[in-house]
Write a protein of this length. Structure first.
Lengths: 405, 405
């Protein structure tokens, strides 16, 4: 029961970027579970990957190779190839070697991605067998099919697209994503693939993906569990008839950065909207911090609190739980007499206690909505951070308690 | 449905310490919701209190006064006097002033404690009206009644008691506790009161309570939410015919320290066993850390993971979720190839992957028990830490979603 997430929007093709989908039957026969993406020669690829020390074999391989002249990205669902040790690395190498052989490129030009159950051996032969069909399917118009192909337990495919004009040339940014590992436990992984036809120098591209991911994918949380397989890749094919962006400055860079951030945000928020058992889409906005980190500390304390999340599920404006979470966030020398807390536009707490003008009816009206904003004003400085999360429902416990049974 | 928690054990009286219970009818008429404790003249009191910046009014007052010549501790349930701002402080002062007047001591010799709903004004008159009856009820034999008197939504009262002999003299340590704020959200508060008739110098007593609380009350977690009202008090009446313990050394100090720690441990674990919706009592033991903090980081990452907690509820030996939590705990330079994970005595994961000799049947057998030990060997050093927690059940969501409705 995704919150405010409809059918896929129009996903504009990106010149120089093609996608092909095929069925390897990893979890069940007929499921289209292998996605191959091809980037035109001269493309640059940048990415951010999981910070989990137990990262999966394909993540290790992708990290090693993504600085090079990448031509293909190979994704399978149904098996995360995580917690598989040395044999997992061998398996990742085998599938990419086979794709490289079929496509006539070097093995190091293929990046592997896997998502699905942790700890099972990757079915290499099944994936290899599906590669010819995936290559034959390659087309710039396959974004929607690929968005479905990378899903695991997501209830809806996720995609976003933007275009802008620069010197009479249309530049496109299109991407797809799938459920975060933190909300898709054993079916580990948040995956995001975003491509643009702008021509971007590698160092600028890497800064762009890191910055956009920090403001989007790294600001969503369901339950605080970071997967072993998370990857977010940004591909610049350079096919647009525009000069290369060599520095993080100028009008073209600014327009691209804005479009990339919008696509990242939409994809990241879509993951939260489709969170396990989610009945609410919750924005936690923390303003007035003396540093960005303390805003994040407060935001995550609120976003991870099971007491607040169950109150959100119950549409209960339980402001005491919010104050208590702010108070335990570990902010040094926090002066509670300067803190205001808002639910939507309603001030619920001020100066360390219930706001004098607040009524339960006001709070209840906000909590009855499917989309809720909790705003905390710390009154200590100029920093702000925003985090997106969900409520904690009966359905979440049901899904995660019964996942393997 | 408390896990492994039976009727109260024998709670030996502590010479020089009396308890009296009365009804103020704060939440409902007839409920015995006010507890007065009296310490003999010359007693020393030490305590640790919540680290939540939004601490309740009585916590502020208790912190100010506990260094002095404390004679009375006044506890009410049904109202936390938290999030109540300046009027809350006035209310705390009023109730303690009234008790001081009735008892013929100075107001500063009375410590206030409150637990219950956050954000409602403390019903001062009701509490004041109950004080004469509570004073009339004072007796060294009232530990069990007091254990019930401080309960809020706890399903069972919690107490523990130890005695030891030193130079032919019997020394007693007896205590009671009530549900942690983190598991009793709006009915905020973990409260613990432990008394001994040993004579202990104030600085030694303060170190003793801090050390014991760190190893017990500060190592339990249900959902990571720290209450605004947590207090744990250790009272030494000095009535035992033994010399004062002036330093943290010697046989008497050693015996007392051991007895105090045992009582603290039993009281703290009782809180977890009675955790909201708990169906499992879970010990998370982290060994082989390069520092205590990294053991705690790993332990809490596991203990707070909703994915692991729901798997525990389902009795599902989902080792992938445990590895993923260890991996995201933020330990610098974690070498996953050195990590072993055990469920009970069963090795489930070794060197970053599933242990070769492990079978699901072995794991399932351990998970079917009501008391489960997760042991993580980091292989980096000599530090160890242990944390106690519960599973995450349908009942937890139900209790916390419906608490105020």
């Amino acid at each position: 029961m995704a919150v405010g997430l409809g059918p896929l929007p129009t996903l504009h093709p990106v010149p120089g970027f093609e996608l092909g989908i095929a069925s390897a039957g990893i979890k069940r026969p007929g499921r289209r579970d292998v996605v191959v993406m091809r980037c035109a020669e001269g493309s640059h690829v940048a990415g951010v990957t999981t910070t989990n020390a137990f990262c999966a074999a394909p993540v290790i391989v992708t990290r090693e190779r993504m600085q090079g002249a990448v031509r293909y990205l190979l994704t399978n669902t149904g098996n995360a190839n995580a917690g598989t040790g040395e044999p997992g690395l061998v398996a990742a190498h085998r599938t990419t070697a086979r794709l490289a052989e079929l496509a006539g490129v070097a093995e190091a030009q293929v990046l592997p991605f896997s998502t699905g159950v942790i700890g099972e051996p990757l079915p290499v032969e099944k994936i290899e067998a599906a590669l010819p069909a995936a290559l034959a399917d390659l087309s710039p118009d396959n974004w929607a099919a690929a968005a479905s192909g990378i899903m695991t337990t997501d209830t809806l495919p996720k995609g976003a697209s933007r275009q802008f004009q620069h010197d009479g040339v249309t530049v496109t940014v299109t991407g797809i994503s799938k459920g975060a590992g933190m909300i898709r436990p054993n079916m580990a992984t948040m995956l995001g693939y975003i491509a643009t036809d702008a021509k971007v120098a590698p160092n600028v591209l890497q800064d762009l993906v890191r910055d956009a991911a920090n403001k989007s994918f790294n600001r969503i949380t369901i339950d605080g569990d970071t997967s072993t397989n998370d990857c977010c890749m940004l591909i610049a094919t350079g096919q647009a008839a525009l000069p290369e962006i060599e520095r993080a400055e100028g009008a073209l860079f600014g327009a691209l950065k804005a479009a990339v951030l919008e696509v990242f945000m939409e994809l990241a928020q879509a993951i939260v909207r489709d969170g396990e058992g989610a009945t609410k889409f919750v924005t936690v906005e923390v303003n007035g911090g003396a540093a960005a980190q303390e805003c994040l500390d407060v935001g995550y304390a609120v976003a991870h609190s099971p007491l607040i999340k169950t109150a959100l599920f119950a549409s209960d404006p339980n402001w005491g739980r919010i104050l208590a979470a702010v108070g335990r966030a570990g902010v040094a020398d926090l002066d509670v007499s300067k803190i205001d807390v808002f639910l939507g536009d309603v001030c619920i707490a001020s100066r360390g206690g219930r706001f004098s003008g607040y009524t339960e009816e006001q709070g209840a009206a906000v909590m009855a909505e499917a989309e809720i904003r909790i705003r905390i004003e710390l009154g200590r400085g100029q920093f702000s951070e925003t985090i997106w999360t969900t409520d904690l429902s009966h359905e979440y416990v049901k899904i995660n308690a019964e996942y393997r049974t």
